[in-house]
Design a binder for this molecule. Structure first.
Ligand SMILES: Cc1cc2nc3c(=O)[nH]c(=O)nc-3n(C[C@H](O)[C@H](O)[C@H](O)COP(=O)(O)OP(=O)(O)OC[C@H]3O[C@@H](n4cnc5c(N)ncnc54)[C@H](O)[C@@H]3O)c2cc1C
Length: 389
């Protein structure tokens, strides 16, 4: 049996032919449109905007969104989304997924909470890949303590006036639409709202951040300097944004876990391949027991994490929101990625340190996966509190 990306995926009782067909579609898209370019895009710190339109045409952007806005929801469940995450991760470039799929965190608040007018105005443009949307929650004063957001939106007759700063915003420089968490009321979670800000409004300024990894993903600091936004851009009721922020996080964590485990499978595939080819001390590397055990350990971690992912996805599909398990899953999956990236780099030896391949890139992306979308410490504490501790 080969030890590769496919063989390290546990069979799931929840997958049907519809899921397998979707896997083939996404795989063909990744092989055709992403794999040949991904190293160059990372070095160039960006990818063509055209890829959004191509991904939309392939069905990736609209998956799970209402048909009326150009999406496909009929017959689609959370396992289809997991497959998108996994297959995109096969390219070994988290930055690409983060940027290409930012609508996955930027659009749901509008779909779930927004008015019909707002949905009709924004969703078709985003789901067709014509426009890019970003989610702006994190601020320079901190990302974990979401309830303490400081960016303020002050009501002025039929407008809001937004002032404050967001940071670490994925697709922040390229985005046309910004889904911004703002303070419209008093202190704490009860004073937060979501507001749609068109990025070309006077008073919005953006600057690119240079990062350790995710080079091809644009990450920005965004300044809001008395930006006037029509009150019709309010997403949902005033001061009810916190629930939307939290709901968004749960789905983001499930997707990130699927990605992280798939990155770990990429590490196994490339390390196993190298260990078979590389000769040391007169025999293939893989024939040294220490190296064999590394690959077995990596696979053990992947299997355990995959089983938890499968269970969480099944519960979400059935309408549950298992907050504690989703939080633990995010930690489990990103630790699996971290372990596998380390061990794969070790097996690759010096060759692993040379730029321009999947494992080296994944190694640089470990920290953002363990911090973004809810850091390990915050996830473990959230789970602990859910467990009554
Ligand atoms: C590349 C990248 C892209 C991102 N994209 C987006 C985006 O598109 N939109 C967006 O809104 N945000 C985005 N983020 C921000 C991300 O969600 C935050 O980095 C994350 O929520 C953590 O916030 P922070 O970095 O401010 O860390 P802080 O909140 O300052 O925390 C720093 C460290 O202290 C720990 N810590 C904090 N509080 C506690 C506590 N009470 N107990 C124990 N430990 C604690 C944290 O776990 C963390 O390790 C992105 C981040 C990165 C790196």
């Amino acid at each position: 049996m080969p030890l590769d990306f496919d063989s390290t995926r546990l069979p799931s009782p929840h997958l049907t032919e519809s899921h397998e067909a979707w896997r083939r579609t996404v795989r063909a898209f990744v092989d055709r449109e992403i794999m040949p370019h991904v190293n160059a895009w990372d070095e160039a710190e960006g990818f063509p905007r055209e890829l959004h339109r191509k991904a939309a045409a392939a069905g990736l952007i609209g998956l799970g969104y209402p048909e009326v806005y150009g999406g496909v929801r009929d017959g689609v469940d959370v396992f289809h989304s997991m497959i998108s995450s996994e297959e995109l991760a096969r390219a070994g470039a988290g930055g690409l997924i983060a940027s290409l799929m930012t609508h996955g965190i930027g659009l749901p608040p509008i779909i779930v909470l927004g008015s019909d007018e707002l949905k009709a105005r924004v969703a078709p443009l985003v789901l067709s890949g014509e426009k890019i949307i970003a989610l702006c929650v994190t601020e320079p004063s901190g990302g974990s303590d979401v309830a303490n957001i400081r960016t303020r939106a002050r009501r002025d007759r039929d407008h809001y006036v937004v002032s404050g700063e967001k940071t670490l915003i994925t697709s922040g420089c390229r985005a046309d639409f910004l889904t911004v968490a703002v303070r419209t009321g008093g202190e704490g979670a009860a004073g937060l709202s979501f507001l749609l800000v068109e990025a070309d409004r006077p008073g919005v300024s953006r600057s690119k951040l240079d990062k350790m990894g995710w080079w091809m993903s644009d990450t920005a600091s965004i300044q809001f300097d008395d930006v006037r936004v029509p009150a019709a851009n309010l997403i949902g009721a005033e001061n009810s944004g916190f629930a939307g922020i939290v709901a968004n996080f749960n789905m983001e964590r499930l997707g990130m876990a699927a990605q992280a485990i798939a990155f770990a499978r990429v590490c196994i595939e490339d390390a196993a391949d190298w260990a078979r080819q590389r000769q040391t001390f007169g025999k293939p590397l893989v024939k040294h027991q220490v190296i064999r055990h590394k690959l077995a350990e990596m696979t053990r971690h992947v299997h355990a994490s995959s089983a938890l992912l499968d269970n969480c996805a099944w519960r979400v599909k059935n309408g549950e929101t298992p907050v504690a398990e989703l939080s633990l899953l995010k930690v489990q999956a990103t630790r699996t990625m971290e372990f596998c990236a380390r061990e794969a780099m070790q097996i690759l030896g010096g060759a692993g340190f040379v730029r321009g391949h999947r494992v080296e890139r994944i190694y640089r992306e470990v920290r953002v996966m363990a911090i973004g979308g809810g850091s390990e410490e915050i996830m473990l504490d959230l789970a602990a509190r859910q467990m009554g501790l």
